[in-house]
Each structure stands twice: as C-alpha cells, then as structure tokens.
Design a protein around this ligand. Structure first.
Ligand code: IPE
Ligand code: IPE
Ligand code: MG
Length: 254
C-alpha cells in the first residue's frame, strides 16, 4: 500500500487548479433579477418596450445554459409589485410579452421536462394572462428535469403577508409556527432556497425579491444589461459562485 495519502478535498476551492474555471460546484437554485431592459433600449434610442422585448428574447439562451450546467431550479424576476407604478403602456407591454412567451414557449418547456411555477399574485392580472399562467403551470406540473419559477407580480413583502394570512387561517398556535411552516406557505414552496442571486445592470439591491429565501444566498451583480447577459456572462456568474465559501455563520475549517 502506498504511504502517500491523497489530500482530503476540504472544499471545492481547495481542489481547484489555480486559474482553472471552477464549475464543479453547481448552485441548485439560481434566481435572476433581470434588470436593465430600459437602459438597453435608451442606449439605442428605442422605446423602453423594445428593451423588454429584447429581454424576453434573452431568456431561452440563459435557461438553456443554466440547464446544460446542471442547474435544476431557476427563478426569473420579471415584474415586481412595485412595477405597477410604471406608465400604463409599459406595464401592458410587459404583460403582453409574458402572455405571448407563455403561449409560445410553454409547450417547448413542457417537452424539455421543465415545471413552470408562478411566484406572485394573479388577482390584479387580466383574466387572459392569469389563465395563460394557470394553463402553463397545469401543463407542466409533473415535470421534474428543471423547475422554472416565474416571479410575476411578485413582491417579497406580499409573499410574507400572504404566508402569515395562510398560517392564521389554518388556525395554528403561535408555538407551532416554525421556519418550515413559513417556508411551506411561501410562493416558493417545494423549491430550494436560491444559492445564487444574479442581478444584471449593476444595482446592489434586492428590490423586494426573495426576502425570506435569500437569507444565505450568494449575490452576484454585473453591469451587463439583461438583454446582453449571454452564455459567457452566465458562466462567469457560475464561476464566481464556485469561488465563494459559504459558512452559514460557522467558523471556516481551513
Ligand atoms: C427590468 O428592466 C424589467 C422590469 C423591471 C420589468 P427595467 O425596465 O427596470 O430596466 P431599467 O432599470 O430601467 O434599465
Ligand atoms: C427589479 O427591477 C424588478 C425586476 C427586475 C422585475 P426594478 O428596476 O424594478 O428595481 P429598482 O426600481 O431599480 O429597485
Ligand atoms: Mg430597473
């Protein structure tokens, strides 16, 4: 028997060759704050709605790339509870884009084994859009290759308000309320917490996204605007994630 003992890999970073891309640690859940559509359009002297159109067209390539790298759960922040304050025409254009892409892509996603989950409220959406969302959720509900969370009319605070309402209407005793009970009442029920939250267009804030679930997420912010966030940028974000050391409040063992 050899006297040489192989070094025990203590963390993915410890076994990584210097300079080599690290894609060995795959986040289970990647959540994306798709920001910068307006700035993308402005830079081209186009109306903001063109930016939303370009942003929508960018979704499939990023999803494919994440899927190819083994990410099993992706959430896309597409419309926030605060985005209602935008001009009516812009809000309507965003709604139309979601309805259109669900109509066009739900079947394709279904064939690829993607389960679509809507995160947010539907009561303020048009009946047609709410129906389209329900249809694609229903169509894909038994798929298991990837979960795609579509955060649309989503707000982290409304999500918590809805969770508290649900818990109260269940008649739970105060002592029975635990992290797990709350987690089961969130829109993300059944999804792991995001490991990596990507924000495009450079802002360093959550903008009311995943307030509960982001407790131990790793953040990645890039100046790249969402319509320009391609496969190379996606891989850069995954690589950055691979470099992070997650301690969850513990003392590092290296
Ligand atoms: C993100 O792009 C899309 C939504 C918030 C709906 P923005 O429209 O916020 O783009 P910027 O921030 O104005 O560039
Ligand atoms: C966050 O972007 C919401 C979405 C990407 C859907 P915003 O553009 O609304 O965020 P703020 O206003 O810059 O915080
Ligand atoms: Mg924005």
């Amino acid at each position: 028997m050899s006297t040489e003992t192989a070094p025990v890999p203590t963390s993915p970073r410890a076994v990584r060759a210097e300079g080599a891309p690290n894609l060995t640690v795959t986040p289970r859940h990647v959540a994306i704050i798709m920001d910068g559509n307006g700035r993308w359009a402005k830079a081209r002297r186009k109306p903001r709605t063109e930016g939303h159109h370009a942003g929508t067209q960018n979704v499939p390539r990023v999803l494919r790339c994440l899927g190819d790298h083994g990410v099993g759960c992706v959430t896309l922040f597409a419309f926030s509870t605060e985005n209602w304050a935008r001009p009516r025409g812009e809000v309507e254009a965003i709604f139309e884009l979601l309805a259109e892409s669900l109509k066009k892509e739900a079947e394709v996603l279904h064939r690829e084994g993607v389960r679509i989950k809507h995160l947010g409220r539907t009561d303020r959406l048009s009946a047609a859009l709410a129906d389209e969302i329900r249809r694609s959720v229903e169509l894909t509900k038994d798929n298991s290759r990837m979960t795609l969370g579509v955060a649309f009319d989503y707000g982290g605070r409304s999500e918590l308000v809805d969770a508290v309402r649900g818990i109260i209407s269940d008649g739970l005793e105060a002592e029975a309320v635990t992290d797990e009970v709350i987690g089961r009442r969130l829109y993300t029920e059944g999804m792991p917490d995001p490991d990596l939250i990507i924000r495009t267009a450079g802002e360093m804030r959550l903008s009311n996204f995943m307030l509960w679930q982001a407790a131990y997420a790793e953040y990645y912010s890039t100046e790249v605007l969402w319509p320009d966030f391609d496969e190379t940028e996606t891989i850069k974000a995954l690589e950055a994630y691979g470099q992070r050391r997650r301690r969850y409040g513990k003392v590092d063992d290296l």
